[in-house]
Every structure is written in structure tokens, then in C-alpha cells.
Ligand binder design. Structure first.
Ligand code: Q46
Ligand code: ZN
Length: 320
């Protein structure tokens, strides 16, 4: 198998593109795909300050690496969830990348420790409020990343979600007809209101296998183990199903997700034929109902934001 571009021996075959590449041409391919995503979705420009959400895993570290190679100003934030064993290991991987590649680009790593800020790790907090660990984790990570991005004046927050992540999430949303989530599923979500950072996913054109190959070929030292809490998650099942379809019919994931994005972009407004007044956009509706949380000042539609409510419940639980 030879490289499609330069004809030397290939190191990776990409059935969905009917191609194979050597290391140099594969790296070029990866950088091109990310550039297309950034430009096509108008994610950010050369002067914008980007905050990358890193977990120590292959996707987020590869994203940080690619953005720095492309010449963007990208710092990163790691949220330490306090999961025994896993958090220490994954934080070390993020720190090692920050001390090596990132430092040569003068990029820095910020670290937030949930245990230090809230007095308990994610598992204890979830037990105290009787909620599943992953949903507690989701609320905490969203809050911490948004707060850091806004308070430290980053223009945009970038996450390492790849094509497999997005296609499996889409499959889950379609299977349960979660239309409100479908509306919000895209690779670039604008900062709808003051106090909410813009969120982008520059790896959405690359599969998990391609991102893993990029990380290995470029000697990025990442944590291979999944978070122990992910075991048995529906997303892993959806990924597995999509991988089986992909093996039988290369290009299925891309056709599924990118087809959805095209349809979403072309979707007519509700009603037909006649010109109708545009319905109030999400941003307009949000703006009308949002105000600062009485506890932390982050925007919320209630008096107290969901993060602060959660933390108050955890504190009440721990004193019982
Ligand atoms: S980190 Fe958090 Fe994931 Fe671990 S606790 Fe669940 S949500 S599985 S992406
Ligand atoms: Zn709050």
C-alpha cells in the first residue's frame, strides 16, 4: 500500500476516502481537515484567543497540538475531577504536553481541581446529590470551562469531539427523537448571550481512528484508558454500532453526520410558502430571561444557576 500523494510506503489506509498516506502526507491531511472545519464553520480567526478543554486523552491533546501547529493562540484548561487513579494519570499527561510542545509555543495550561474547590471529588458529589456521576460531571465541566473562558477573556472554547463522538450523539438523539438537542447539535455554537462562551469542535471532520493515528504518529503521550465512569454508557454502544456499519460500508459515519449538518443548514423556517415573521431566536429568548446567578454571577434563567444549586445540595447532603 503506497501513499496516494507521494507514492512512498503508506502508514495508514483511509477506506472512507479511498486513500492511504505516508506520515507526512497524513499529517498534512489532518491539518487540512481541521483548517476546513475552522474556516467552513467560521470557528475563529488568527487573532482570537482559544481555550482548549483538555482531558489528557488523545482527542483533546491532538486538538491542542494541531491548533498550535496551525499557528493559533491556544491555551488549555484541565478540570481534575478527583477520580482516584484516573484523574492523577490523566492530569500528568496534560501537564507533560504543556511542559513540552505547548511551552515551545508559549501556550499555558490552567488546572481546576474539583476537590479543592468543592471539597469532594466527582463521585462523592454525585452520591451526595443522588445523580448519576456523568450528569454531575457534565454540569461541572460545562460550568468550569465556561467560567474560565469568560472570566479570562478567551474568545472561544474548543473541545476535541471527533466525527465518531458527533455521529454517535446524533444517533442517540435521533433514536429518542430529542429534537431540542438536535437543534443544538453542531460543530460551532455561537456565544448566544453575554456570559456564555462560543463553543467549537474543530476535529469533527476526523474519525476517532484518524485522531488516534495522528497522536501515535506524532508521539503525543496520552492516557489510553477510558474514564472508569464511561463503562456501560449508551454512547459506547452507539459508537460500536456505527463502527460495524463503517466496516461494511466505509463513509457511513461521515454521510450520516455531514448529511445532517447540510440538512440543518438548509432547513426552512417553520410554516411554508408564505413569508412568515422569523420566530424569536434562541439567543433572543435567552437574552430576555437570563440574569446573573445570585451566588456566582454566571448567567442563568433561574435565580440560582444549576451548578450552584447542585453544590448547595451537595453541601446540605454532607452535613446531614
Ligand atoms: S469524564 Fe465525566 Fe466522561 Fe468520566 S465522569 Fe462520565 S462524563 S465518563 S466524557
Ligand atoms: Zn451560580
Amino acid at each position: 500500500m503506497n501513499c496516494k500523494k507521494c507514492t512512498i510506503k503508506a502508514v495508514i489506509g483511509l477506506p472512507r476516502h479511498n486513500a492511504a498516506f505516508c506520515k507526512a502526507c497524513f499529517n498534512e491531511f489532518v491539518l487540512e481537515q481541521v483548517t476546513r472545519a475552522i474556516k467552513g464553520e467560521r470557528m475563529f480567526g488568527r487573532d482570537d484567543r482559544i481555550l482548549v478543554a483538555v482531558s489528557g486523552g488523545k482527542d483533546s491533546l491532538a486538538l491542542w497540538d494541531i491548533l498550535l501547529k496551525l499557528g493559533y493562540k491556544a491555551d488549555a484548561l484541565y478540570v481534575d475531577l478527583g477520580i482516584p487513579g484516573y484523574s492523577t494519570k490523566s492530569r500528568e499527561k496534560a501537564q507533560r504536553f504543556a511542559d513540552g510542545v505547548a511551552r515551545t509555543h508559549e501556550a499555558k495550561l490552567l488546572i481546576h481541581k474539583v476537590e479543592e474547590e468543592e471539597g469532594a471529588g466527582i463521585r462523592e458529589l454525585a452520591d451526595l446529590i443522588h445523580r448519576p456521576t456523568c450528569s454531575t460531571c457534565g454540569t461541572i465541566k460545562r460550568y468550569q470551562f465556561n467560567r474560565a473562558a469568560v472570566e479570562q477573556h478567551y474568545d472561544v472554547m474548543a473541545t476535541g469531539h471527533n466525527l465518531d463522538d458527533e455521529a454517535s450523539r446524533l444517533l442517540g438523539n435521533v433514536l429518542h427523537w430529542q429534537e431540542e438537542y438536535l437543534d443544538k447539535q453542531g460543530p460551532s455554537l455561537p456565544a448566544s448571550v453575554e456570559g456564555f462562551a462560543k463553543k467549537v469542535k474543530p476535529l469533527y471532520r476526523l474519525s476517532e481512528r484518524e485522531v488516534a493515528a495522528y497522536s501515535v504518529l506524532n508521539r503525543i503521550d496520552y492516557i489510553v484508558d477510558e474514564c472508569p465512569m464511561a463503562k456501560g454508557s449508551k454512547m459506547l454502544l452507539y459508537k460500536d454500532v456505527l463502527n460495524r456499519l463503517e466496516t461494511e460500508s466505509p463513509g457511513t459515519k461521515q454521510a450520516f453526520y455531514c448529511g445532517f449538518l447540510e440538512k440543518q443548514a438548509r432547513a426552512p423556517r417553520q410554516g411554508s410558502g408564505q413569508a412568515q415573521p422569523a420566530p424569536a431566536s434562541m439567543a433572543e429568548k435567552d437574552r430576555a430571561t437570563l440574569h446573573p446567578c445570585a451566588t456566582c454571577s454566571q448567567p442563568t434563567t433561574a435565580e440560582i444557576c444549576s451548578y450552584c444549586k447542585m453544590m448547595a445540595r451537595a453541601k446540605a447532603g454532607s452535613t446531614r
